[in-house]
Write a protein that binds this ligand. Sequence first.
Ligand SMILES: Cc1cc2nc3c(=O)[nH]c(=O)nc-3n(C[C@H](O)[C@H](O)[C@H](O)COP(=O)(O)OP(=O)(O)OC[C@H]3O[C@@H](n4cnc5c(N)ncnc54)[C@H](O)[C@@H]3O)c2cc1C
Length: 422
Amino acid sequence: MNPALFSIYQYYTYCARDCRQAVLSVHFQVKLTFIPSLTEIFMRATHQYDFAIVGAGLTGVALAYGLARLGRSVVVLERLEKSKILNKPSHGLIWAQANLGLPAVQREWNNLALSRWNEFDAQLCQISASTTHFERPGGVWLALDKLALQGRQLQAEAGANEDPELEWLDTETLKRLVHSLGDGIAGASYCADDGQLNLQLLHRSLSRALSNLNVDQLFLSAVERLQDTGDNYRIVGEGINVCANQVVLATGGQSDELVQSLGFESLRTVIDTFWETAQVRHFLPFPAWQLRQSRDGSLLIPVGEEGERSENWNTSLAAYPPLQQLDIRRHWHDTRCKTANALPRYQRSTTHSGVFRIASPDSLLHCSLHSSLVPAWLVGKLPDKAMAPFTNNITQDNEMAASSIGGHVAEFSGLLHQNFEI
Ligand SMILES: Cc1cc2nc3c(=O)[nH]c(=O)nc-3n(C[C@H](O)[C@H](O)[C@H](O)COP(=O)(O)OP(=O)(O)OC[C@H]3O[C@@H](n4cnc5c(N)ncnc54)[C@H](O)[C@@H]3O)c2cc1C
């Protein structure tokens, strides 16, 4: 065979193998519309991107989505296989009540995330031509007895301001709203801002949107380290042939060695366990913290580590006694990263220019910001100052950390609202 033709053949064979997931993408189809010169073939053997995102969890895909919408070329590298990543539980909460008792800066960030969710979801569904089943019917936190209800009321009163706005429901009111509610519930706090969605559909929608936006998603690609070439970073790992000007670590609480080699503190991963039951008749008009029902009817119940029946389980059972007889269909583990002060981390490496680490213990709630405002910061549209409360490597005890960031709140929210124009 003619050597030039052979090289071209080799190049396309390589592309077809390495970009398995991209074979059908528009990006690849565009590549096929012209025959590159030999020099181009050589240059493209390593794929060049503006941004490489390490980790295809919710944080990684939301960031990739936001960066692609800002016109950046993006690759997502994930060490697991695609089916593992997309097989999420069928229910997730967008939970405004989580703001109860949080430090001001955290409430501010969460409220911003909550305020952007409707728009984020509408755009995502349009771009991905799919649905996430997102809705905000409000939500309840159930109290097993009067004491638990009073404790929650005291906690709400102790907060300096009214975030989140709660209503207090007694047993009778609650029973009028949820007909099949068991007799063992003493009351509940209700928040109209609470919402729910299908976590699996959300992840799938984001992944589809990435394909539509020509983002390459490379699975079974474990990143071991970054090599600074002087011009950009070569991503090192088995089978990976990627260079990027900027790199974002979205590895949750994982890959300590990689994270530390790039100048970031490692984070702990906490594992919460959920049980998913068989499907039952739909009876919940809104989610309860301790009892979450997806549209297909299955219930998702938070249980203690190792699946022991905790306080949450007792409350779920009191609210819905038939739970005792339901088959447990699946067990889920929620791998949340844990930061010292419970704040997310939006950090720029001080040792490696153009390298960032993004991690959040509430990455579902924060998806609406990880796909808009945080990418705006990554491309330089938002000053570092705006992210100051989250960029400091604060590892002191929670109280000190909270008071040191509290002072930034007014300036921080002003900057966010002023600068955010996407
Ligand atoms: C049942 C359930 C219910 C939940 N409910 C809520 C909720 O109501 N509200 C809420 O806010 N959150 C909720 N969560 C939590 C939320 O879903 C998690 O916080 C989120 O999935 C974590 O996303 P992440 O991308 O930050 O981290 P991860 O999901 O941990 O993703 C990190 C990814 O990086 C990959 N990775 C790590 N190292 C490397 C490497 N070296 N190279 C390549 N890839 C690498 C990992 O394989 C992983 O896929 C829930 C979770 C579960 C399971």
